[in-house]
Design a protein around this ligand. Structure first.
Ligand SMILES: [Zn+2]
Length: 459
């Protein structure tokens, strides 16, 4: 069993930076000492002023394997995750093929991860119109939540649902205390006709805030009626914040995420013919972005997730510049920590605010809070070490995603991950992958077999 000591002047423990030494034994944080501590025969490394904090937990990632592995796969995605300081990610029930809406598909998905998990990985199941009977088995098989779309998902085999389907599935979700994740856009016909498909303004007008707001009304109604956990994925509409905040003041069963791209970019900066920045809901105006920031500061938004949704350059229509034909999704898994550090610093918001939004909060949402998301005695040794002051212009050679196309390319980003530990294994050293396959398949609430195997291994 590997045993070693990690020291820094800036360990993020109990919500503040302090000098400490972590004593790692096997897969776990065995003890934490104040200040600098040496133990005979135990290797000791000091990282000086670099931050030591819990690994980032990304609760919203699309990996596309099996079936669309030419878009992204477990090997490349989890390599990118580790390099970016992410130690746990949860994968969405689309855009792989088959989509994760049946047990059979869920088995194929788990099968597809073999030998390719460089960080810990769990899964959501999906709700589509004809699979209500599959929801309970998906939960029992370890799904961290059940995701549905109230508008076209972009993938024909993952059709949208309506409020009636949600009412059918709500009692099952309640029984297991598993969250319903909703893509909140509700299409209507009152959008302008397309004249110039390369115009960002036209794309933005084609998916108005109204679509998000009306879908969020359905989400709130289901949450209130059934008293179930509801999670709003990738919030973009600032107009919905007030009603979400009101409902959050009444219940702890409503959670909200937003994504780095909604906080980093705004519509005014997006040139025409640049579908690299197409996503749904769309990146909106500067004023909207500022309102999202206010919601971050006021803790109305619970956490930040990448919504990494890559596609090959031809499917992103990078040559044609056609927003309406392009795949809607932003590729950015590897850069959440540096993009958010860049923005938080430029806005003078302390890292004490950011770090829990990338670690503790998603751990709580996923039911992993008793073992992940904090530097704490007995917790999993999922750890990232990074220099929050290093500044680099993002160049293609550092990108580990399957495709290099990302809207962050060429941007000056602050923050460089030097080392990542996954389950106590030193997976990234000097910003390079040095060990592989140390990630673990995770299942919600330890319902599945893997949790028992895991406990056998570490106790
Ligand atoms: Zn997504």
């Amino acid at each position: 069993m590997a045993v070693f000591l990690l020291h820094s002047n800036r360990c993020f423990i109990e919500n503040k930076f302090q000098e400490a030494t972590l004593y790692i034994k096997g897969h776990r944080i065995h003890r934490i000492f104040d200040g600098k501590k040496h133990i005979d025969d135990v290797p000791f490394t000091s990282y000086g002023d670099f931050i030591i904090m819990p690994g980032v937990i990304d609760a919203h990632v699309h990996i596309n394997e099996p079936g669309r592995t030419n878009w992204e796969g477990f090997d490349t995605a989890t390599r990118a995750a580790a390099t970016g300081g992410i130690t746990t990610l949860i994968e969405m029930p689309l855009n792989a093929s088959p989509v994760t809406t049946t047990i059979d598909a869920f088995k194929k998905k788990k099968e597809a991860t073999k030998g390719k998990l460089h960080v810990n990985c769990g899964f959501y199941g999906g709700i589509v119109p004809l699979n209500v009977n599959e929801i309970e088995p998906l939960i029992k098989f370890g799904a961290f939540g059940i995701k549905g779309f109230l508008s076209h998902s972009g993938i024909d085999e993952f059709p949208k649902i309506d409020a009636e389907h949600l009412r059918m599935v709500a009692p099952i979700l309640k029984k297991y205390s598993v969250p319903l994740l909703l893509h909140c856009e509700l299409e209507d016909d009152e959008v302008p006709k397309i004249k110039n498909p390369k115009s960002y303004q036209e794309y933005l007008s084609s998916r108005p805030q109204r679509w998000e707001n009306t879908a969020i009304d359905i989400a709130l109604e289901i949450q209130t009626t059934f008293d179930i956990k509801v999670h709003i994925v990738h919030l973009s509409s600032s107009e919905a914040i007030e009603k979400l905040a009101y409902r959050k003041s009444k219940t702890n069963k409503l959670t909200i995420e937003t994504c780095p791209h909604y906080l980093f970019f705004d519509a005014e900066q997006i040139p025409d013919a640049s579908p690299i920045l197409k996503c749904a809901p769309p990146i909106r105006e500067k004023e909207n972005r500022e309102a999202l920031w206010k919601a971050v500061k006021e803790t109305i938004i619970d956490f930040i997730a990448s919504d990494h949704s890559p596609a090959p350059p031809e499917i992103k229509q990078l040559d044609s510049g056609d927003f309406f034909k392009a795949w809607g999704g932003i590729s950015g898994l590897q850069f959440t920590l540096s993009v958010m550090n860049t923005e938080f610093k430029s806005r003078d918001i302390p890292l004490e605010k950011l770090i829990p939004m990338l670690t503790q909060k998603p751990a709580e949402f996923l039911g992993l809070e008793s073992r992940k998301g904090l530097l704490k005695k007995g917790y999993d040794a999922d750890i990232v070490i990074w220099d929050d002051t290093a500044e680099n212009v993002l160049t293609p050679e550092v990108i580990c995603h399957k495709h290099k196309a990302t809207p962050y390319l060429g941007h000056k980003l602050k923050g460089m991950v030097t080392d990542t530990f996954v389950n106590g294994f030193h997976v990234v050293e000097l910003s390079r992958i040095v060990d592989r396959n140390r990630g673990e398949l995770l299942e919600r609430n330890g319902i599945g077999e893997n949790e028992k195997d895991y406990l056998k291994k570490v106790i």
